[in-house]
Design a protein around this ligand. Structure first.
Ligand code: NAG
Ligand code: NAG
Ligand code: NAG
Ligand code: NAG
Ligand code: NAG
Length: 951
């Protein structure tokens, strides 16, 4: 029988979990949309994001990719992003109007492989949680305004291949691992370290490099690094490009750098390196070497230079070179560019008759050269200004002039057609069609050629790009590259124009596709160009040019209706199954805890605690799931001890409260507390999963609540934006949790420490009251109050309780009133000596709109016109904080009042999730989505259908 019922049930379950997850994604996507301006027109509120929203891709109804490069988005990235748990690709590049911090919630995206935020306006520190992105392969956060240091946790991203943090304002030293602290040296699969143009200080740690590293690009140019180049650098045999220029490195260059036989570009210029000129004969493929502006020992031009057969560019200006430049130096076959200015080279210059036929420029300014053998016949650009040869009176040789700075004006030529003059905003493509090109600049950080006049390299670049775009099926007619130049950082900058095919303008999907192709390095340039980054410009979309929105809104409604129909049936079945499963689970739990060998009978606690579902964990078990209570798993500290995050073998996340030595209770008290807590089950209360009473330890194991505290959200720390609607739902949820403790728990429980730090938000922003550590149950005999030592938190504490030491439920009501005021003001109860209760009372004028509270309201709560019911909310808050307990309402009064306010604000108080509110209560689909509410699973944490066993 199990089998016959089991089959169809399983199918329905899959359907259920599918639709519920999908709609969660929609909710959070809409919340993101709400925080952004200029989203594509196809992003209509009523349409299905998975079928029609530009830049969104889904798999099985879950959002797996968001690519919105160059959309002109403004706003901030809210913590809602952390809820899209199936997301694999996030590309928001080239939206300079996206500002604010990178929210820690980004670390929840465990499936993310590509995180690309090139050239946005993000600022603030990089969150530690980046280290949680265990599947990340490609991380490009370059060209933002990030500050602070590089989070060591990035070292945990085992499979990271590309790490680009360049062009920010990062400071501090380069993190390397030590003990249990991770560091960048652990990234042994990384090929690209791009850290240039920051403000990093300290040395290049020797530990950063090891023989098991596989780096090919090591770019630290333009920082403030000090100390010597560690000899361990020579261990990274895979290196191809090394840029350590523009730092403050000192000391000798270690000799084993000569072991880096694969390096073809090395920039060590503009440091304070000393000692002998390094022997680089081993670098057989080296073609670009810049050692300029260091203070090496005085030396003649090393004879081994001429053994570097691949060299195209040699720069060694300002470096104490003396003597005569040997003639064979110019016979290096591919030599193009030589800069040895500012040395003390003397004698007669002889470039020989067999010099490289590619030789373009030889800059020997400011040396001591007195003569030049080929004076009457040479065909290179030679600069001898500042040498004795040019100081004789009457010299008119061209080589005595300093070159006038010439920028190449190369531009992809028209292909057998005559360019037309185009209307404003448009440009003529290489095929002589007028259209609106997508433009931007390509920056090559280490091109291997220095002859910018060689047009064939640009042709190869253009061809490679066309082929790549065609492969990606992008609607591109042609590509033009223009105005190559070297900038002050020695990056080659090339302007790019990409012209649309078929139309005179790209649509949004075309632009975000092009943007992604360049931000994600899908396009790979010819080898001579090396690594690059692209900075795209805003594109001028024709308003309303994206026509897919209307169509998909219909499908959205149809899908919604169909899904809605199924849901009732499914819900009924789920409810049945849930009951069945809970029964099984309870039986299993009691069975498992019956032997209770762990319960320390020697302390006289005696007897098996009467547990409802709470599991007894051994110390080993908890130690294992917290990595030996490691530092990184420590998520909080309090007077009683520490809180650790952990993950059970079944995947459930837990929070472990571990009493420190000295604050453990007697065995009996502990047992009583567990019995009490294990009986408390409510969707607005954090559930106890189990406990540990083993090896002298006392620990409580709770379900882990992902979105942190309400306090973190109000302070902006979590990045979750709480609008008025969400705040109402949070207030209601927390109130219901407390009401349960007061009225329905048996015996009743007084929380004693109600505060925004003790109200957590789950993945759907449902409020859950936490921390019963201080809770007291009201014994039957003494129903009205208990006399205890005063405990609680300043600012939330009931003054009556404080004075009389008589604890009643009304003490929690007082604290909750403070929480309500904090919810609308986002101010701490006591801030700069001001008490929130008094501030609100003083600022209040009941005759004015919003009680004249504009000044004290949290600006992020929303527009004042949308704050329906705020006055009533203030009223109930102030009643809660009446001086005398008897004048305060009960929690159940408070619940009823908040429900009334929600109805006034047009919200359904019975829809649980605060997450629903953003952009969802729009009437057209109704504000109630029972299938998005999986509170039935609230206690379980693990996924329901997968483990169902019909036996
Ligand atoms: C790297 O190599 C060293 C020794 O060569 C070794 O001790 C270390 O465990 C290796 N690290 C990793 C992450 O494999
Ligand atoms: C690297 O260079 C050092 C010093 O030049 C040398 O002693 C060592 O043998 C080289 N190691 C390898 C693996 O080539
Ligand atoms: C440079 O190193 C090579 C070995 O890598 C050696 O044969 C050569 O003699 C050295 N040259 C000088 C000038 O030290
Ligand atoms: C060397 O330093 C001078 C003066 O600071 C600067 O003008 C020049 O560009 C530097 N040379 C190189 C190759 O960076
Ligand atoms: C060039 O300089 C070297 C070293 O400074 C010196 O020994 C030599 O005499 C000079 N040669 C000429 C021709 O000035």
């Amino acid at each position: 029988m199990g089998a016959t019922i089991g089959q169809p049930l399983l199918i329905l379950f899959i359907l259920f979990s599918f639709t519920s997850a999908q709609n969660n994604d929609y909710t959070f996507l809409r919340a993101l949309k709400d925080a952004w301006q200029n989203t594509p027109p196809s992003w209509e509120d009523n349409s299905d994001p998975c079928s029609g929203w530009d830049g969104i891709r889904c798999t099985n109804g879950r959002v797996t990719s968001i690519t919105l490069a160059s959309m002109g988005l403004t706003g901030s990235l809210t913590g809602d992003i952390g809820q899209l748990s199936e997301l694999q690709i996030l590309d928001l590049s080239y939206n300079t109007g996206l500002t604010g911090p990178l929210v820690p919630a980004i670390g929840n995206l465990r499936k993310l492989t590509n995180l690309i935020l090139v050239n946005c306006g993000f600022s603030g520190p990089l969150p530690d949680t980046l280290g949680n992105l265990e599947n990340l392969i490609y991380m490009s956060l370059n060209s933002n305004r990030f500050t602070g240091s590089i989070p060591p946790s990035i070292g945990n991203i085992e499979n990271l291949y590309w790490l680009d943090l360049a062009d920010n304002r990062l400071s501090g030293s380069i993190p390397v691992s030590s003990g249990t602290t991770p560091g960048l040296d652990m990234l042994i699969h990384a090929k690209h370290f791009h850290f240039g143009r920051n403000m990093l200080t300290g040395p290049l740690p020797a530990r950063l490099f090891s023989s098991n590293m596989t780096l090919i690009h090591l770019l630290f140019e333009n920082n403030q690094l000090t100390g010597p180049i560690p000899s361990t650098l020579g261990l990274v045999k895979s290196l191809e490009v090394v840029r350590l220029d523009r730092n403050r490195l000192t000391g000798d260059i270690p000799s084993n750098i000569n072991n880096l036989t694969g390096v073809f570009e090395m920039f060590l210029s503009n440091n304070r390196l000393t000692g002998p000129v390094p022997n680089l004969t081993g670098l057989g493929v080296l073609n670009y070497l810049d050692l300029s502006n260091n203070t090496f020992d005085e030396s003649t031009v090393p004879s081994w230079f001429s053994t570097l057969q691949a060299l195209t560019t040699l720069k060694m200006s300002n470096n104490n070179l003396v003597g005569v430049l040997p003639v064979n130096f110019f016979s290096i076959p591919q030599l193009q560019n030589v800069d040895l200015g500012g040395n003390q080279l003397n004698g007669t210059l002889n470039i020989g008759s067999t010099h490289s036929n590619q030789l373009q420029q030889v800059d020997l300014r400011n040396n001591q050269i007195g003569d030049f053998t080929q004076r009457s016949e040479y065909n290179i650009e030679l600069i001898l200004a500042g040498n004795p040869i040019c100081m004789e009176s009457g010299v008119t040789d061209k080589f005595c002039n300093l070159p006038t700075v010439t920028t190449s004006t190369y531009s992809t030529p028209p292909s057998n057609c005559v360019p037309t003059s185009c209307p404003s905003g448009q440009a003529s493509s290489p095929n002589c069609q007028c259209s609106f090109p997508y433009t931007g600049n390509l920056f090559f950080r280490a091109p291997s050629f220095s002859d910018l006049g060689n047009t064939s390299v640009y042709e190869s670049l253009r061809n490679a790009m066309m082929i790549s775009f065609q492969r990606s099926q992008l609607p591109v007619d042609s590509v033009s590259v223009r105005n190559p130049m070297k900038n002050l950082d020695d990056y080659l900058v090339i302007n790019l124009q990409v012209f649309p095919s078929g139309n005179d303008r790209f649509d949004r999907s075309g632009i975000l596709g092009l943007g992604f192709s360049l931000s994600n390095q899908t396009f790979k340039p010819p080898a001579a160009f090396g690594t690059y980054f692209f900075i795209g410009e805003n594109y001028d979309f024709l308003l309303g040019s994206s026509g897919s929105g209307k169509k998909s809104s219909n499908t959205g409604i149809v899908v919604g209706a169909a899904v809605g129909g199924c849901v009732l049936v499914v819900l009924l079945i789920v409810a049945g199954m849930y009951a069945f499963r809970q029964k099984g689970r309870a039986e299993r739990a009691t069975h498992e805890s019956r032997p209770f060998a762990l319960w320390d009978t020697t302390t006289g606690s005696g007897g098996v605690p009467q547990l409802k579902g709470a599991k007894a964990f051994s110390f080993e078990e908890l130690s294992k799931c917290t990595n030996n209570f490691s530092e990184t798993n420590n998520i909080g500290t309090g007077g009683y001890g520490m809180v650790y995050r952990g993950s059970l073998p079944n995947g459930q996340l837990i929070a472990i409260k571990r009493a420190k030595q000295g604050s453990t209770q007697g065995g009996l008290e502990f047992k009583t507390e567990i019995e009490l807590l294990s009986r408390v089950h409510h969707k607005n209360l954090v559930s106890l999963v189990g406990f540990c009473f083993d090896q002298g330890e006392q620990m409580l194991v709770y379900e882990y609540i992902v979105n942190g505290t309400v306090k973190d959200s109000l302070s902006g720390r979590s990045g979750i934006r709480l609008d008025w609607t969400r705040r109402l739902r949070i207030a209601l949820g927390a109130a219901k949790g407390l009401q349960y403790l007061h009225d329905l728990a048996d015996p009743p429980i007084i929380h004693r420490d109600v505060k925004t730090n003790n109200i957590l938000l789950d993945e759907r922003l449902v409020a859950k009251v936490a921390d019963f550590g201080l809770s007291k149950s009201l014994g039957d005999a003494n129903r009205t109050h208990v006399t205890t030592q005063v405990k609680g938190t300043m600012g939330y504490m009931d003054p009556e309780y404080y004075m009389t030491q008589q604890l009643t439920e009304k003490s929690d009501v007082y604290s909750f009133g403070v929480v309500l005021l904090e919810l609308i003001t986002a101010r701490s109860p006591i801030e700069k000596g001001k008490y929130i209760v008094r501030e609100v009372r003083n600022a209040m004028d009941k005759s004015k709109e919003l009680y004249n509270l504009h000044e004290v309201l949290d600006p992020t709560i929303g527009l004042s016109t949308q704050l329906k019911g705020l006055e009533r909310f203030v009223d109930v808050s102030l009643r809660c904080v009446e001086e005398t307990g008897s004048k305060r309402p009960t929690m159940s009064d408070v619940v009823k009042e908040i429900e009334g306010i929600m109805e006034l604000a047009g919200l359904n108080p019975n829809a649980e999730s605060a997450a629903n509110s953003a952009g969802y209560d729009d009437g057209s689909r109704g504000s109630e989505h029972p299938y998005t509410n999986d509170s039935l699973f609230a206690y379980s944490g693990d996924h329901f259908p997968t483990k169902f066993d019909p036996k």
